[in-house]
Design a protein around this ligand. Structure first.
Ligand SMILES: NC(=O)c1ccc[n+]([C@@H]2O[C@H](COP(=O)([O-])OP(=O)(O)OC[C@H]3O[C@@H](n4cnc5c(N)ncnc54)[C@H](OP(=O)(O)O)[C@@H]3O)[C@@H](O)[C@H]2O)c1
Length: 270
């Protein structure tokens, strides 16, 4: 696995595991527990070490199942990176502290590696949010902080308020969605040692396969989804977190980090 290492020492694998739909979607769906735990177990066995969840996912049930799978795996907590996120309605000082306690309780963990603001909200109280984030870092409950779905302007404000470096902005990024390249976010992250965490990297299963993608995939004996991931993670400061419940796809996605595309292939995909 290839990694991104930030100046503050944080080392994150280029490809991690997304936990949206683990445990349900907008609310817990216990009928999915067997499927969810099997997906997490195989991801842990295959060697995924970065798991991306949120209090919003299945209203906390994604965090519960992620914590359960990690405990049952017997893997040392320190060898894993766990990201979770606070929902936009909880961005006040007290509510952030309570939300973080809730995430830690559901995960049954002592700390989060990375804690993100899930979405910006209208009139979000960023000063209060970062007062709480800074306190959580000082108390050791959170190791690193970041944001998600933020504009360059919102990211700049966050940097000014955070006592520790903002380590990531998690945004949609894929072959078919380059909106955060066009709006300058990728260049800003690369210039400021911030990871751009690409979510929905295979377009939620709907990756569009044109002839260029097809021929690059054939040249590497790879799938189109693997090339889509390789294209992302070959870019400096870009990491990604595909979700899959299928062990074959999970293994393919991890292996995509090893595929090296030529400049001509990258140009063809562009
Ligand atoms: N911060 C945010 O606002 C935000 C928003 C959306 C997502 N996220 C995060 O990003 C993660 C990933 O995004 P996502 O779940 O929206 O979309 P995604 O990872 O682009 O797509 C997941 C879908 O793609 C399929 N898939 C995955 N790998 C495949 C492969 N190698 N070959 C064929 N199909 C494949 C999966 O089906 P199978 O199960 O059949 O493989 C699944 O249906 C989420 O789980 C979540 O952690 C964050």
């Amino acid at each position: 696995m290839n990694y991104e290492t930030l100046p503050n020492g944080l080392r994150v694998p280029k490809i991690g595991f997304g936990c949206w739909k683990i445990g349900g979607e907008d609310s817990p769906n216990p009928s999915l527990d067997g499927w969810s735990l099997a997906a997490l177990r195989s991801a842990l066995e295959l060697g995924y070490t970065h798991f991306d969840t949120a209090e919003m996912y299945a209203r906390g049930h994604s965090e519960e199942l992620t914590g359960q799978a990690v405990r049952e795996s017997g893997i040392d907590r320190e060898k894993l990176l766990i990201t979770s996120k606070v929902t936009p309605s909880n961005l006040g000082y007290e509510t952030v502290l309570r939300a973080c306690e809730g995430s830690l309780r559901r995960l049954q963990m002592d700390y989060l590696d990375i804690y993100l603001i899930h979405w910006p909200s209208a009139n979000m109280p960023l000063e209060a949010t970062f007062r709480a984030f800074n306190q959580l870092v000082a108390e050791g409950k959170v190791r690193h902080v970041g944001v998600s779905n933020f504009s360059v302007e919102q990211l700049r404000r966050s940097q000014a308020l955070s006592a520790t470096p903002i380590v990531t902005n998690q945004v949609p990024y894929s072959l078919g969605d380059r909106s955060y390249v066009k709006n300058g976010m990728l260049a800003y992250c690369q210039a400021n040692d911030i990871l751009l965490t690409a979510y929905s990297p295979v377009e939620q299963g709907g990756l569009k396969v044109n002839s260029a993608l097809q021929s690059v995939a054939a040249a590497h004996s790879a799938t189109a989804q693997q090339i889509a991931l390789a294209w992302l993670v070959q870019q400096p400061r870009v990491i990604t977190i595909p979700m899959s419940g299928n062990p074959k796809h999970q293994a393919d996605n991890l292996a995509a980090a090893e595929i090296v595309l030529t400049p001509a292939e990258i140009a063809a995909l562009g």
